[in-house]
Design a protein around this ligand. Structure first.
Ligand SMILES: Nc1ncnc2c1ncn2[C@@H]1O[C@H](COP(=O)(O)OP(=O)(O)OP(=O)(O)O)[C@@H](O)[C@H]1O
Ligand SMILES: [Mg+2]
Length: 259
């Protein structure tokens, strides 16, 4: 039985796609068969972040038009053998999604994969509806600012309405200095506002931006702090107990995580 997880957020630009790609890499690295669905139909970007843009031959519209089979749309990752990307397509709008094709697509994916991660577009419009209609778990990606967190409280309500009760959160772009200087909310603030299980934190790191631009996900760079962040998050998804990834300046930790 595969786990279908939608990666979502009320606000755009919080790092859903970056987190989705690296989490998919981490799970695949642990020998799970993973399908990452680029649910952002307007802007295709996961293929670029993964360095797979030259390998994309078909998209969902080709399946719907009968030009190829479902398995031909999936793009195999270059580094992790058990990771596949289902690319987005610009030519398709949500209104044109054929329910029968979608149902057979999901059925096929469920028989083939251990994990299906859906990177949903920002907000709670049609993309959100699509992503949540096929998922049974949700991971909300947030940043440590009040507007983002308040927005996501609404997303939690909507997910529950859609019968998705297995909801957890990942806090992305945690900046220790900003927390210390009082410019950012704290991890505990986020826990209090959203009252969701914390799956993990990902630090704010310019290496993430460079990796995304180079099409070489940061998870692949073993020495990096963010590699460890995603490693720990993947372990928690798999049910293992892991402490939050520690920032280099250990002395700050007690203050950040206290209370
Ligand atoms: N932990 C991080 N540290 C530094 N930069 C990050 C981090 N996570 C994401 N970014 C950067 O933030 C920007 C937005 O990231 P991303 O595209 O993953 O967000 P998104 O939530 O998917 O956006 P959208 O809502 O437009 O789909 C990118 O430039 C990305 O490289
Ligand atoms: Mg995105």
């Amino acid at each position: 039985m595969s786990r279908i997880i939608t990666m979502t957020s009320g606000k755009g630009g919080v790092g859903k796609s970056s987190v989705s790609v690296n989490l998919a890499m981490a799970l695949a690295h642990h020998q799970y068969k993973v399908c990452l669905i680029d649910g952002d139909f307007g802007l295709k970007n996961l293929d670029v972040m993964m360095g797979l843009e030259n390998r994309v031959v078909y998209d969902l519209n080709d399946v719907i038009q009968g030009r190829c089979d479902i398995h031909q749309v999936l793009v195999k990752d270059k580094r992790e053998n058990s990771l596949y990307l289902l690319p987005a397509c610009k030519s398709l709008s949500f209104q044109n999604l054929d329910a029968t094709v979608m149902a057979s697509l999901i059925k096929y994916l469920e028989t083939e994969f251990d994990f299906i991660l859906v990177d949903s577009p920002a907000g709670i419009e049609q993309g959100f509806t699509y992503a949540t209609s096929i998922a049974d778990e949700a991971i909300i990606v947030v940043n440590l600012d009040l507007a983002t967190l308040r927005d996501n409280d609404r997303v939690v309500g909507l997910l529950m309405k859609k019968n998705i009760h297995n909801i957890s959160m990942i806090i992305n772009r945690v900046n220790v200095e900003d927390i210390e200087e009082g410019r950012s909310l704290t991890i505990n603030d986020a826990k209090e506002i959203l009252a969701l299980p914390l799956l993990g934190i990902v630090y704010d790191d310019h290496e993430m931006i460079e990796s995304n631009n180079r099409g070489r996900p940061i998870y692949l760079q073993k020495g990096q702090l963010l590699h460890q962040c995603f490693e720990n998050i993947s372990m928690r998804i798999l049910g293992h107990d892991r402490a939050l990834t520690k920032y280099k300046k250990r002395s700050l930790l007690s203050r950040i995580f206290s209370g």
